[in-house]
Ligand binder design. Structure first.
Ligand code: NOJ
Length: 764
């Protein structure tokens, strides 16, 4: 008998196991001093004052969220603001390369320095909590609208770069809000709407630990003061009232000492969220907490000790960031921007010009370079095409560029480009430097490819032709090179409607039919398929520029002209076809008996991106970790050894500190190799280590390094493999298991170019 449509969410109750009571912060590790201060502070507060710390309030400021001050005790309140790629809704700040570009740089040092530079701007503006970085979505669904905000769909790469971002931002005294906890893998139905609940991410314990929790674990280990719980449901319990994920995974297993804030409007219950481990609600406490929370304590529904714990976690974070002394006025540089521009600006943020540019440059990945098309060599004539080459037509406080742009590019919109009408897979109204939504940011200026190329043309006496509108432009056949700059847009709030668009593909083939040196560049907010044009012999080069931020054009030109050799590598795979993703191409929709309760079943387990392509023997067009350079590298001299004195017992047993059992981070094995620059120019190479764990995946990334090597020189690269790197999650023991057996260690330049292999034998 066919099942009828499910109309009552009671059917699902019980799938996410209950974990109560909510663990109280203990002040473990380097939190001890801050907890002691917070304890003394909170003990002086009335119940109402403590509750006041837990809920957002409105104020005359463009902060995304505000916690009011408690003036009698010199607590100055909190301003929380978006986001992980730069501060938005204010002026005198910078547009940094987005998460996906940092992922493509594979550069930990750069991730750290970018974070420091960005955080200086948050601090100057009086922002206490930067609402980023993003590690969820991880990128399970390839078309998910927010994948670009994060670093990579590989948990190891994502986690490493997130950890450096957390350390960098917090070193400046600004707290990070690592988000969105957890399995926030699609925008479609992320929130309840029209009687349909938010989508439920249904997954098993092993997948949770080995994929989705992994980067959050790195961020907690790095000391993030804040975690943002997500809109979606996890095994049918909302992200901000899920006692298993908040009380269990985060506060027990990972020993998290900071506070949990709700995503904006992600709270759907009062008492239940308090007991499940939520510590602060945004943007307003008044729907479920505020007076109701006081009442819940007074009538015994919520123990006062839970409110004390919330207050202590919040105030301890404020002390830990050193925000009690010398911090700029809370929200002081965050005016109601449109109403009163400049009114409350404190001063120009200290910007790190060099890092802004380096971030833009290293996010570029060179994927094809036939006939040495690149670098360009004193061209006499260049023809430039494509809507992503030119700057926005106007950029004023009223029409704030990429944020506003995202609104006008809703997926149902059709956009006129010249006399063609195209779907909004692309941002057609100006060069794309960031994706849309709350992760978009505010550029101080925009260096577009056209402007940067024009400056270079001046230096080199090059002539330019250009057409940014036509899908079938006239091409001067004597052009030394024809450059086509397109994009692939994505935004918070909706998922991408495709991974390639016919307008841009036709533009490329139209240009290539008249120009035998066609160089294609994409500003791509995610995977962009290229099979419709890439085998065309007149398409000689392909660059994925990703989302470079305000120095976009300058960075591109430095790559195209070889001022710097490209060193980015793909932080995801590029397959031939959409169908290669199977069900992971598109978001799950409400359907059948789940019309009102959309159920996204993560039945693929840990097999996403290259893990899935490896397992299913699908050859991608460009594999995970791939990227070309203007020089060449050779790998040699692999050495793999057990670390001296390594404890190889099956499970970690030391106490839990922030991030989990302390001995999860013990170094169990060491890997080293030599890389030689065998080509003509200096270049940086991303060397990658993959491990095949017994009874597990063929291989997964477990290390990377990026030395800069002069021509003819060699560099040694060393990698430490920790207990966690070599373990799998044991669902019965509820712990990380180190198995006895042979571990294959691969070293090379991409996930499918691994010239060095060795076997590590572990006896447990
Ligand atoms: C909702 C988004 O999901 C989150 O990432 C953002 O920080 C908040 N809105 C605040 O703008």
């Amino acid at each position: 008998m066919a099942q009828s449509v499910i109309t009552d969410d009671a059917v699902f109750y019980g799938q996410s196991p209950p974990v109560y009571p909510s663990p109280e912060g203990t002040g473990a590790g380097d939190w001890a001093d801050s907890y002691a201060k917070a304890d003394a502070f909170v003990s002086q507060l009335s119940l109402e004052e403590k509750v006041g710390l837990t809920g957002g309030t409105s104020a005359d400021s463009s902060c995304s969220g505000i916690i009011p001050p408690i003036e009698r005790l010199n607590f100055t309140g909190l301003c929380l603001s978006d986001a992980g790629n730069g501060l938005r809704t204010t002026d005198f700040v910078s547009s940094w390369a987005s998460g996906i570009s940092v992922g493509a740089s594979w550069n930990r040092d750069l991730a750290y320095k970018r974070a420091v530079g960005m955080a200086g701007e948050f601090r100057t503006k009086g922002v206490n909590v930067a609402l980023g970085p993003v590690v969820g979505p991880l990128g399970r669904i390839v078309s998910s609208g927010r994948n670009w905000e994060g670093f990579s769909n590989d948990p190891y790469l994502c986690g490493a770069l997130a950890a450096d971002t957390v350390t960098g931002i917090q070193s400046v005294g600004v707290a990070t809000s690592v988000k969105h906890f957890i399995t926030n893998e699609q925008e479609t139905n992320r929130n309840p709407e029209d009687n349909i609940t938010a989508v439920s991410s249904n997954l098993d314990d092993k997948t949770m630990h080995e994929l989705y929790l992994w980067p959050f674990q790195d961020a907690v280990k790095a000391g993030t003061a804040n975690i943002m719980c997500s809109y979606n449901r996890i095994n049918n319990s909302y992200g901000c009232s899920n006692s298993y994920t908040l009380n269990g995974l985060l506060k027990t297993e990972l020993g998290f000492q900071g506070f949990v804030v709700s995503d904006w409007g992600a709270q759907h219950a009062g008492v239940a969220t308090a007991l499940a481990g939520l510590d602060m609600v945004m943007p307003s406490g008044s729907d479920f907490w505020a007076k109701n929370l006081t009442q819940a304590v007074n009538n015994g529904s919520v123990p006062e000790s839970r409110i004390d714990d919330m207050a202590q976690r919040i105030v301890a974070s404020w002390y830990k960031m050193g925000q009690d002394t010398g911090f700029p006025t809370t929200g002081g540089g965050m005016p109601e921007y449109l109403a009163a521009p400049h009114q409350t600006v404190i001063g120009k943020a200290a910007s790190s010009k060099e890092i802004l540019l380096q971030g833009a440059v290293e996010g570029h990945v060179l994927l094809k370079n036939d006939n040495n098309a690149l670098p360009l060599k004193s061209p006499k004539l260049i023809s430039l095409f494509g809507y992503s080459a030119k700057a926005f037509d106007g950029y004023t406080p009223e029409a704030s560029g990429w944020n506003g742009g995202s609104e006008s590019l809703a997926p149902s919109d059709a956009i006129a480009v010249g006399d063609e009408t195209v779907h909004s897979q692309i941002a057609a109204n100006g060069t794309l430097i960031s994706g849309g939504g709350s992760g978009a940011n505010q550029p101080a200026y925009v260096s577009s490819p056209f402007e940067a190329l024009s400056l270079r043309a001046y230096d080199d006496d090059t002539s330019l032709w250009w057409d940014f509108h036509s899908g079938n432009p006239a091409v001067d056949q004597s052009s030394d090179a024809c450059i086509v700059v397109g994009n692939a847009f994505a935004s918070e709030g909706w998922d991408r409607v495709g991974l390639h668009d016919d307008f841009t593909d036709a533009l490329i083939t139209n240009v290539a039919s008249q120009c035998n040196n066609t160089i294609v560049v994409f500003h791509n907010a995610g995977v962009r398929l290229v099979d419709q044009f890439i085998d065309n012999p007149n398409v000689t080069a392909l660059v994925f520029a990703h989302l470079p931020g305000q120095d976009s054009g300058r960075a591109l030109i430095s790559i195209l002209y070889g001022d710097v050799s490209p060193s980015g590598k793909l932080p995801y795979s590029v397959p031939h076809n959409e169908s290669d993703y199977g069900p992971l191409q598109n978001a799950t929709l409400p359907d059948g008996i789940y019309e009102l309760f959309p159920q996204s079943d993560f039945t693929e387990g840990v097999y996403i991106d290259y893990r899935a392509f490896d397992a299913k023997n699908i050859t991608p067009r460009y594999e995970f970790g791939f990227g070309l350079s203007y020089t060449t590298f050779e790998y040699s001299g692999l050495q793999v050894s057990l670390a001296g004195g390594a404890d190889t017992s099956a499970y970690p047993s030391k106490p839990i500190v922030e991030g989990g059992h302390e001995d999860l981070w013990d170094i169990v094995a060491q890997v080293s190799a030599t890389i030689t620059n065998t080509g003509p120019v200096v270049g940086a190479e991303v060397a990658q280590v993959y491990v095949g764990i017994p009874n597990g995946l063929v291989k997964q990334l477990r290390g990377f390094a990026k030395p800069v090597i002069e021509p003819g020189q060699a560099a040694a690269v060393d990698f430490d493999l920790t207990r966690r790197d070599l373990s799998t999650w044991d669902v019965v023991a509820q712990n990380w298991l180190l198995q006895e057996g042979e571990y294959t260690i691969y070293v090379g330049s991409s996930s499918r170019d691994l010239p060095l292999t060795a076997v590590l034998l572990l006896t447990v």
